[in-house]
Ligand binder design. Sequence first.
Ligand SMILES: C[S@@+](CC[C@H](N)C(=O)[O-])C[C@H]1O[C@@H](n2cnc3c(N)ncnc32)[C@H](O)[C@@H]1O
Length: 301
Amino acid sequence: MKSNTDVDTKSAAKTGKGPTLIVAVEQNFPQEERIINDTLAPKLFSGTDLFWIQLTKISVFRNWIVGLTEKILPGGWSCFLVRKCYIDERLLEAAENREVEAVVNLGAGFDTRLYRLEALSNIPCWEVDQPINIAAKERALKRAFKTVPENVTLTGMNFVEQEIGESLKQSGYQAGVRTFFIWEAVSQYLNEASVKKTFDFFAKAPAGSQLVFTYVPRDFIDGTNLYNQEMFYKRVVLKDKIWQFGFDPTTLGELLGRIGWKLVKDLGYNELCDRYVKPTGRNLDILQIERVVYAEKVGDA
Ligand SMILES: C[S@@+](CC[C@H](N)C(=O)[O-])C[C@H]1O[C@@H](n2cnc3c(N)ncnc32)[C@H](O)[C@@H]1O
């Protein structure tokens, strides 16, 4: 097992804005072609980021940015959008049916769903990320809303060095409440020890809690299957070493079962793109090196 000091959390922090930047640019597509609607996303940005977002109101720049993303990582544009659509849907369903009493978004980055989904406005929510990203998010939220919305608590911590349960407790989260956990595009940036710590935390959630997370297949991280993404593999795994961890899809159900969770869905992007991209008529590549899991807490670990 790798030690706690081998993870480049500073580089991981720099990825916090990326997905929401893509969502913000997506708002410049005509409504009928847009994969996700999120009027808040552009409002969280300023300076150069905002300049680029504004520039993509012109279709030639917009198409250039999408093309560039697709060249670096085929499927890289749609994946950010469709996973957000899917997580929003699961979360809305849980909130509207009063299935959960709290929401915790682990590694939230600049994600906007806790602020834009009306059904969450009376549910206590926590966004957890590295302190540098939490500070940036607070500034961005104050730009957009003047103040951080009352039902959301921002919690700065490092999953590698600290305990999620402890940090959340200090931020007022009560461990015994049925919670919807989001862990979107985070697990690949952690080492085995911190993934295990996160699972230990999930193990303590009460029955009825729900979890959506994304993961990179282990065979991509260990290099036994590059899914035709050799350049990307060389960059993020070998050179930058920013992607560290992958799950084996064949043992994931058992792994979750051991901590009292039932794997309900383990979705690939083919399925998600069919659901959310196809109706727009857009022709986008489909990412093969990430999957999305939905799980429910059924008992004690
Ligand atoms: C690719 S971003 C995803 C952001 C957001 N979940 C989304 O999908 O829009 C990964 C996020 O995980 C956070 N993260 C990675 N490693 C972390 C760690 N050791 N402790 C806390 N947060 C971490 C990063 O700071 C970053 O905000």
